[in-house]
Write a protein that binds this ligand. Sequence first.
Ligand code: G16
Length: 558
Amino acid sequence: MPRPSIEDHCIMSVEELYSQATSVALKQHPKQTDKEIRYGTAGFRTKADMLDSIMYRMGLLAVLRSKIKQGASIGVMITASHNPQPDNGVKLVDPQGEMLEAAWEAIATDLVNVSDAELGQKLKSIVESKGIQWSNPAHTVVGRDTRPSSPALLRAVLDGIAALKGEVVDLGIVSTPIVHYVVTCINSNGAYGQASEEGYYKKLTDAFKKLRPEPTNGNYQPAVKFDGANGVGAIMMRRFIELLGPSLRVEMYNESGELNHQCGADFVKVQQRPAEGMTLAPHARCVSVDGDADRIIYFYVDDNEKFHMLDGDRIATLVAGYLRELLEASGLQLDLGLVQTAYANGSSTKYITEQLHVPVACTPTGVKHLHHRAVDFDIGVYFEANGHGTVVFSSAAQRKIAEAGADPSLSESQRAAAGRLRDVMDVINQTVGDAISDMLLVETVLHARGWSIADWSAAYSDLPNRQLKVSVKDRTVVTTTDAERRCVTPDGLQAEIDTLVSKQPQGRAFVRPSGTEDVVRVYAEAETRTAADQLAYQVAEVLYRYAGGVGPKPTPPQ
Ligand code: G16
């Protein structure tokens, strides 16, 4: 539909806009199903052909969200990230680049589930109950991943924004972190950086190159093999390669096949093997990103072709250890903490607390939860084991770091450490987990330490672990507590899991419903590979029985 003009805005009353929103829904974006859909771990996600009306309504909601934030820009990202290519999804980004506020997730769920005929009434009730000032402007920033379904879904989002007369900046095909970055830049009037895709590339690469005038150091070699998951990460990396020049040589793989198919960060993490389509070489650093480039996993094969994975836990420990050293060297008294989820390998948590002496917090899955907890620290490092995470610095910490870099009362080495901390901050996309920013951060730390990937891997040994998925009739029958480490329902399931776990040395296992796929996830770790695989299978088997499994039953490990 045509974009609104200023005249339209003045002429149409609020009531007319509600009825226009309803009529566009009925004529162009009718509701496709009565099955309830919820705003999950990372927005709405399902098969792409079920999403048109949801996209339209999220366009409407983005306008209301911007109005309640006095016209601040709100991001809309069309992506299903790690999910298979036929899926798609949408998530909203709040003004400071953070995920949508939890209370509005419920509003979003309500809005997409009402009938078309009730849509105008629902919009009215949101506006009235939230006290939204209709006269406020509304600005949105929209991006999409490379899925074939994304252009049509974008049109639905734009129709939703237009129906309520919102303004839109369409970034085209970009990663999720770029949408978060641009939203933050616009709303900070440029204080966070230049509000464009090009501004993003430049900020990260300038900071990265500044931190390593010489590309080599000790065992560190400036070369990586990059698995782009056949998605937007590969497109972005091409631009990074031009700007990085010799400071980091990047060999590209998986640029244009089926998205996330046998490659990408989720495949490598869950399957515990290299992405397909890559030419491996002993000890070469390989990185895999996911479908919207907000997660990253490192891996390599050794001289015996044995696969080694360095996941989000490893990145978190590497980064937290380095930041702690810089803090000590600069004499800055800042509170550093690390946030993980139940998926964090038991060895990583032990290493962080016992060797690094950095406090650890645990939250439910979903970067929104980790981010929320991380901002309680002056410097909060948060990572999910699946490679999703970043570092956040409080405003006070940023100010103290900047001041220390120029404080004449400090020694030269203290000032240098504070200056380095300030430059490291610029490589980090603090707004959200960002695969490429995280990669540049890891490369910065490895370079500073003069480490090869094997040196990094030697810090501690992961407990063998296994993740499985179980399909059940209704995954909401599984509910959890204690940061998803224990399940509450179905009755009796946790007691069975406890019994199974108690039989395995260093055993740990949990189950939780996925917020992005129609499955219940199982995680198990134990002292040996065989024990971890066996425990995961046994837990999947009891889950299948207690939670109404459908389709093929879990099969014992070979
Ligand atoms: C999303 C979330 C992550 C979460 C992942 C899996 O990642 O942003 O925080 O770990 O889903 O969630 P679940 O286990 O609930 O399906 P992505 O990369 O797919 O957006």
